[in-house]
Design a protein around this ligand. Structure first.
Ligand SMILES: Cc1cc2nc3c(=O)[nH]c(=O)nc-3n(C[C@H](O)[C@H](O)[C@H](O)COP(=O)(O)OP(=O)(O)OC[C@H]3O[C@@H](n4cnc5c(N)ncnc54)[C@H](O)[C@@H]3O)c2cc1C
Ligand SMILES: Cc1cc2nc3c(=O)[nH]c(=O)nc-3n(C[C@H](O)[C@H](O)[C@H](O)COP(=O)(O)O)c2cc1C
Length: 338
């Protein structure tokens, strides 16, 4: 991309205007520089919270206010609210974000004053205008996943970089991990079906055994499935969630269980077992589904082999699995990185 003299003039004008505004009266502004051999310069200035937040003792180490994603209240002080650039929410720091958050804060304060139950929640609405040159500027508007685990800022940065790189319609695919804890392969099969459906919806998906997963950083969203044994989730799935709680809290996450050796899971929604519910609460998972299980007639070991004598069969309902995964894909699509 070649900068036209008009572009350069505009950049210099902006630089000088900003420098004038930020300089004390009587200060000197100098412009120096070398010619660099690049087509595009993306400058990311140091990003820090406000001094006033740091001085108040209400902020974290970066001087951001620890803010509840839905209520926008300080996480330790329910009667203090934050919005705009002050929050620690990992979404765009923009005027539009503050604009969409403001009515929620106003309504919540009004409820506190009136002593009524607060109703307003922030749903993660954001908007971003990206000027990409040649008179083009795609506007990316949508709902970030802030209401549930937040879109990571680097996912937004990647999407932005893709747009800037020239193709104004293509945004890099969101990367999703589907991990499974499976003893006899039934849950692994469900995970494959989930993965296929997410791929068909345009996501970049990896399906892996939970025990093999070490690092969640490469993924923008995660689905974890576990087989149920004696009312408990498969150990590898449990360990993955417990050992990566922080990373999972920062990403959209769904869990699923596989178990019932009858039609019950196809007939009604079966809530997560207590242990899985506790895991979900710990990471703010967005949803959970219980699918039917499978018990091979040649299941090895006790008590599986004994159970298989009277209860072998396959109750996995691929239509149900696909429908659930399609809903996950839809929710992810609505999770527009701004
Ligand atoms: C160069 C630039 C371009 C941008 N372009 C866009 C854009 O195109 N679209 C967009 O949506 N967003 C844009 N933004 C981001 C947007 O400006 C901010 O996200 C938005 O202003 C945040 O609003 P705020 O009210 O949270 O914080 P601020 O606007 O920063 O307001 C905080 C206020 O608190 C005051 N303050 C600080 N300390 C004290 C104190 N001790 N006592 C009293 N007052 C105090 C500050 O002076 C300031 O007025 C841009 C930002 C920059 C820097
Ligand atoms: C010993 C044993 C205990 C089980 N306990 C449960 C249970 O508590 N709840 C349930 O829904 N399914 C239970 N099941 C069914 C399994 O969850 C089902 O077979 C599942 O599909 C196995 O998944 P996997 O093939 O991925 O290991 C049990 C199966 C066995 C063999």
């Amino acid at each position: 991309m070649l900068a036209t003299p008009g572009h350069l003039e505009q950049v210099l004008d902006n630089l000088i205007a900003n420098a004038l505004e930020a300089s004390p009266p009587g200060g000197t502004i100098t412009i120096e520089g070398d010619k660099a051999d690049y087509d595009l310069l993306v400058l990311v200035p140091p990003h820090a919270g406000q001094e006033v937040v740091a001085a108040s003792g209400l902020g974290d180490a970066g001087a951001w206010v620890p803010t509840d994603r839905a209520t926008l209240a300080h996480r330790d002080h329910q009667q203090i609210f934050a919005l705009g650039d002050a929050t620690d929410l990992p979404i765009s720091k923009s005027g539009s974000t503050a604009h969409f958050e403001a009515p929620v804060v106003a309504s919540r304060i009004a409820s506190l004053v009136r002593g009524t139950a607060p109703k307003a929640n922030y749903g993660g609405r954001v908007m971003c205008f990206l000027e990409t040159g040649d008179g083009r500027g795609p506007r990316r508007a949508g709902r970030s996943a802030v209401a549930s685990p937040a879109v990571r800022p680097w996912a937004a940065a990647r999407a932005w970089a893709t747009v800037v790189a020239g193709d104004h319609t293509e945004v890099e695919k969101m990367r999703v991990l589907v991990a499974h804890g499976s003893k006899m392969g039934g849950t692994a099969g469900i995970a494959e079906t989930v993965g296929e459906t997410l791929r068909e919806a345009g996501l970049a998906v990896e399906v892996r055994a939970a025990a093999e997963v070490r690092d969640l950083r490469p993924y923008d969203a995660v689905v974890v499935g576990g087989a149920l044994y004696a009312g408990r989730w498969h150990r590898a799935a449990r360990r993955l969630v417990k050992g990566n709680a922080k990373a999972l809290r920062e990403r959209p996450v769904w869990l699923f269980s596989s178990g019932p050796l009858d039609d019950s899971a196809s007939e009604r929604e079966i809530p997560p077992v207590r242990q899985v519910q506790a895991l979900m609460d710990g990471i703010g998972a967005r949803g959970h589904w219980t699918f039917g299980g499978r018990l091979p007639s040649d299941a090895k070991g006790f008590p599986a082999s004994a159970m298989a004598k009277r209860n072998a069969g396959d109750w996995r309902d691929s239509g149900q699995v696909r429908a659930w995964a399609a809903r996950v894909a839809e929710e992810l699509a609505a999770t527009t990185a701004s």
